[in-house]
Design a protein around this ligand. Structure first.
Ligand code: GNR
Ligand code: NI
Length: 187
């Protein structure tokens, strides 16, 4: 397992349309890619990652929402503040397709590991279905809602070379990219 470098805007590789994983490619190399994507995502930390964000233009996504586990006992952090432990639910989506996006939209404040420190409200269909393959190439379908629906749609955009800031007005997008450039120069 290895942490890989996350590409950041305006890297042109993030605009690549990723290609499907072919039937002959459900092998150890794919497993290593997925393992590395999880390690990179947890290290960042983030709740989702598309393969193109580590420079691999394949239709592979990992998601772990790491929502608070309400059943667990709160634990005291180093600062003495009690926190709810996160529930780990690692999910792998290969060759995902979105089906039946709801007409109803919801707004989430989104961020992206490839657009660090920039956050913006984005509207997306509130629910959808997803059809995808697992690491064995088996096809599954399920209904999604809440943060999972939003996160999956954000990751699906990466497979088409689209970033969340591409959903903003040109003025707001340029402001975000300028802020990113300024922060990079200051670092
Ligand atoms: O870590 C992430 N948080 C997030 C918050 C709201 C909506 C989408 C996301 S995905 C993001 C990680 C990332 O950049 N995935 O591509
Ligand atoms: Ni992202």
């Amino acid at each position: 397992m290895a942490i890989r470098e996350i590409l950041e805007a305006p890297d042109p590789r993030l605009k690549t349309v990723s290609v499907p994983v072919e039937p002959g490619e459900f092998n150890d190399e794919l497993k290593t890619l997925v393992d590395d994507m999880f390690e990179t995502m947890y290290d960042a930390p983030g709740i989702g990652l598309a393969a193109i964000q580590v420079g691999v233009p394949k239709r592979v996504l990992v998601i772990d929402l790491q929502e608070p586990d309400e059943e667990a006992e709160p634990v005291k952090g180093e600062d003495g503040v009690e926190r709810q432990p996160a529930k780990s639910d690692p999910r792998i989506f290969i060759n995902p397709e979105i089906l039946d996006p709801a007409e109803e939209l919801v707004t989430y404040q989104e961020g992206c590991l490839s657009v660090p420190d920039i956050f913006a409200d984005i509207d997306r269909p509130a629910t959808c279905r997803v059809r995808y393959q697992d690491l064995d190439g088996k096809t599954h379908e399920e209904a999604l809602g809440g943060l999972m629906a939003t996160c999956l749609q954000h990751e699906m955009d990466h497979l088409e070379g689209i970033l969340f800031i591409d959903h903003l007005s040109r003025l707001k997008r340029q402001m975000a990219l300028k802020k990113l450039k300024k922060m990079r120069e200051a670092a």
